[in-house]
Design a protein around this ligand. Structure first.
Ligand SMILES: [Zn+2]
Length: 547
């Protein structure tokens, strides 16, 4: 692509996070005030420039976020931003509720959205273009006069600019002339492609010269959210807005966990402090945990599979020359190389895996693992997707056994309680007998299903003895019925995903009996959680609070 102007690519780009406002529009996300404050701490620890924390006045929750943020958040690196909109049509700025709420939020910086597409002014607002421009001009002026740094979010900018560039630029000018320090070009419908983003951003940057900074706010509707942000930066944008893990309505926002390393590692542009780039993976996982959505394993840079190599010819080559097989060093973003082990694995892969886990296996032990894996995968186990179970299996092969508890037996009962008192009620109860430091403990618990009841019973038996278990919970439970060659009955494979807030892991169980399969996966999950908690395992953990 050739440059048509003297606009140069910036050497530093501000990162503006809107996970708490735009990101929380994603279906299935419902954040409490506490969640939002915890996410803000993570963002500050990561070192983003701005944290857009919500829309004061829009709902009581966001009001509380700003109220509590003032006393509870000690932000060391980030600036908190309150979001709102311009005054209403034909209204007065000094009697406008939205603007008053923005000031009440008491942040140094505010971001207000206004219409930059003529069609929206005449059709959605049902007002004139002059009034549309005045709404922007007066609102920015009002907030600026009240001592706020004002960012102006030009809604539907790219769509508007394509149809009526004169009006879209007029709106930006109104914002800039009245004190806005950032003009945020929004691709609100998210369908614009990178080459158009780059061209239009460059035209706007050229038009305003160096008077005001241009920012981009982009959505992923065409699957090019991150590419669009890179294009925007090439066009001269000095701020990128987006969300952790790309959360946002529809297909999401520009994914900051991808754009930050792209800008830093590939384009040599400063974003967050360089020495904090390795916090990216823990923050992505921690935020995923707080929004209660499993992180996509294939997420670039931060996903579990981002640097996973399947066993094969090139495994030993990767160890010798990792740069030949990985586009960036995984630890630069806080992730790690992982060797995926399956029945195809030979001795060399097992040895590498042992090395990765810090285990000493001798020759016969390696042979044992290879044989056991082959046998178990034949029975229906699939260790490629159950790293934690694989690790436990390899540890056991090295002579390790878990020191925390010993299970004597368990029993699960499910009762159909179709009575008039409990119509449609089904009750599940689990009883477990455990030996714990010389004591024999019998514990019973109810649950909404066998896995839940067993989980509760085992935790109840262990009591409060192991604090690490309090942080462990199950996030997903998958059952698959496998065809068997034997034809004697279906074999069930159970996969359980678990997390302790910093790490997620998967365990597996296989049996003709679904309860037995579930138990195996559950047992491994809790033992692995204890193993992580015991600290004799390399951890990638994020501190709970900003440093
Ligand atoms: Zn948006």
């Amino acid at each position: 692509m050739s440059d048509h102007s003297d606009v140069s690519v910036p050497t530093r780009v501000e990162i503006y996070d809107t996970t708490l406002r735009d990101g929380s529009q994603l279906e299935g996300i419902s954040l409490t005030v506490d969640d939002k404050l915890r996410i803000a701490e993570q963002l500050d620890w990561l070192g983003v420039d701005y944290i857009e924390a919500g829309w004061p006045g829009a709902n009581p929750k966001d009001d509380e976020v700003f109220r509590r943020a003032a006393s509870e958040l000690a932000l060391a690196s980030s600036v908190l931003v309150a979001f709102g909109s311009t005054r209403r049509p034909k209204g007065k700025v000094d009697s406008d509720d939205t603007l008053r709420h923005l000031l009440d939020a008491n942040t140094s910086t505010v971001c207000i959205v206004g219409k930059a597409w003529d069609y929206h002014v005449t059709e959605a607002l049902q007002t004139t273009l002059d009034e549309g421009e005045a709404m922007v001009a007066e609102s920015v002026e009002f907030l600026h006069d009240a001592g706020r740094a004002v960012f102006f979010d030009a809604e539907h900018f790219f769509d508007g600019y394509r149809r009526n560039p004169e009006f879209s630029l007029r709106v930006l000018e109104a914002a800039a002339e009245n004190g806005a320090t950032r003009l945020v070009l929004c691709d609100t419908n998210g369908g614009t492609l990178p080459h158009d983003i780059e061209r239009i951003v460059r035209e706007v940057v050229t038009y305003f010269s160096k008077d005001v900074g241009v920012a981009v706010h982009l959505h992923d509707d065409a699957g090019t959210g991150v590419a669009n942000a890179l294009a925007g930066v090439r066009g001269g944008a000095i701020q990128v807005q987006g969300t952790i893990n790309g959360y946002g309505e529809r297909t999401g926002n520009c994914n900051l966990t991808t754009i930050i390393p792209n800008l830093t590692l590939k384009m040599g542009i400063e974003t967050i402090p360089r020495d904090r780039l390795e916090r990216l993976t823990p923050v992505a996982h921690h935020v995923a945990e707080l929004v209660n959505m499993a992180l996509n394993p294939q997420a670039p840079y931060v996903g579990e599979s981002a640097f996973a190599h399947k066993a094969g010819l090139h495994v030993s080559a990767i160890v010798k020359r990792p740069d030949a097989y990985e586009h960036v060093p995984p630890d630069s973003v806080g992730n790690g190389t992982r060797f995926v082990v399956s029945e195809l694995a030979g001795r060399s892969t097992i040895l590498l895996k042992a090395q990765e886990l810090g285990l000493q296996l001798d020759g016969p032990q390696v042979n044992d693992v290879v044989d056991t894996l082959k046998q178990m995968e034949h029975e229906g186990y699939h260790f490629e997707v159950a790293d934690a179970s694989l690790e436990l299996l390899m540890r056991r092969a090295s002579g390790w056994s878990q020191p925390w508890f010993e299970v004597e037996s368990f029993r699960v009962i499910t009762d159909d309680l179709q009575t008039e008192v409990t119509p449609g009620g089904v009750a599940t109860e689990a009883t477990i007998k455990v030996h714990l430091g010389g004591d024999r403990i019998v514990a019973t618990a109810e649950g909404n299903g066998p896995v839940n009841a067993l989980d509760s019973a085992l935790r109840s038996a262990l009591g409060s003895r192991y604090a690490a278990l309090d942080r462990v919970h199950l996030t997903d439970y998958k059952v698959r019925v496998l065809d068997t060659a034997k034809g004697t009955g279906a074999v069930t494979r159970v996969l359980i995903d678990s997390t302790n807030g910093d790490r997620t892991w998967t365990t597996i169980g296989v049996s003709e009996n679904i309860i037995e399969a579930s138990w195996q996966a559950l047992y491994d999950s809790l033992v692995y959680g204890l193993l992580l908690g015991a600290g004799d395992h390399k951890e990638r953990s994020a501190p709970q609070h900003a440093d």
